[in-house]
Ligand binder design. Structure first.
Ligand SMILES: C[S@@+](CC[C@H](N)C(=O)[O-])C[C@H]1O[C@@H](n2cnc3c(N)ncnc32)[C@H](O)[C@@H]1O
Length: 252
């Protein structure tokens, strides 16, 4: 048995694992996550059309050739608004079918590791499968280093000091709501920036926080880019991007 197997443990028959694979650099996987990626019968992951799948890409160095894999391709991502009936219906159907496929594997006694970028219980697609299967199957969730902690580490900014409160906001909120919530926070992380970059920049400026804001794209990955938000003039950024506003609380 390898040292990784000894410390990280093995996989159990018929068990679903939600494996948090961290923010991008494979070295930030936990021992449990790395051991399970190598131990499960089936490595499953989500991917956008035409893409490898970010979580799959992160664990690539750990996957031996010929490992059984299951790719679940989103029927749409941002082709329709997330609050539209079409989006709800198509995604709902997709998650139902994905859960059924995984359930079939589990019933056959296979262990399935569903990869989740960052932490599985933090804005993760894994959650949509978890809530469909949790009543009927054994599921272990393996926490991961979140994208935001990877990003503030790479940007080299402590995010909260002393009594600072931290707001985590999706960039998909409308501009007025973003401004309102940013004004209440000591420190903030704005997730899912993508095509909302222009709006986020305006909201951060309106909340009086622009001078502190940092834009991090693909933090900890090879294509990482880190800039001050004051230097970002383009209306859209990468999907894997966030804006960090570090707190300025008590320093001793
Ligand atoms: C669906 S959420 C998934 C969050 C993930 N479960 C986590 O724990 O961080 C996707 C969003 O996370 C953020 N994100 C995750 N990893 C990132 C990274 N390495 N660099 C920049 N942003 C990241 C981006 O804002 C992206 O739009």
């Amino acid at each position: 048995m390898s040292a990784l197997e000894t410390v990280g443990g093995g996989a159990t028959r018929g068990m679903l694992y939600g494996i948090g694979v961290g923010p991008g650099d494979v070295r930030y996987l936990t021992l449990r996550a790395a051991a399970l990626v190598q131990a499960v019968d089936v490595v499953a992951y989500f991917a956008k059309k035409g893409h490898v799948g970010n979580a799959r890409r992160i664990v690539e160095p750990l996957l031996a050739e010929g490992r059984p894999e299951r790719r679940f391709e989103y029927p749409l991502t941002n082709e329709a608004p997330a609050d539209s009936a079409l989006y709800h219906e198509r995604l709902g159907c997709f998650y139902r079918e994905t859960a059924n496929t995984i359930a079939d594997e589990l019933r056959r006694g296979k262990s399935v590791g569903l990869l989740a970028e960052g932490d599985p219980f933090f804005y993760g697609s894994f959650m949509h499968i978890w809530h469909r299967l949790a009543a009927d199957f054994a599921i272990e969730v393996v926490p991961g280093v979140t994208g935001m902690s990877g990003c503030w580490t790479r940007a080299n900014v402590p995010i909260t000091w002393g009594d600072d409160s931290l707001a985590v906001l999706p960039a998909t909120l409308d501009e007025a709501k973003l401004v309102e919530r940013l004004r209440l926070a000591d420190a903030a992380v704005v997730m899912k920036v993508g095509r909302h970059l222009g709006k986020v920049r305006r909201a951060v400026e309106a909340a009086g926080l622009l001078s502190r804001a940092i834009y991090v794209e693909r933090g900890t990955m090879q294509e990482e880019r880190i800039r001050r938000l004051t230097e970002c003039f383009e209306p859209s950024g990468a999907y894997f991007a966030m804006v960090l506003i570090p707190g300025e609380g008590r320093r001793i």
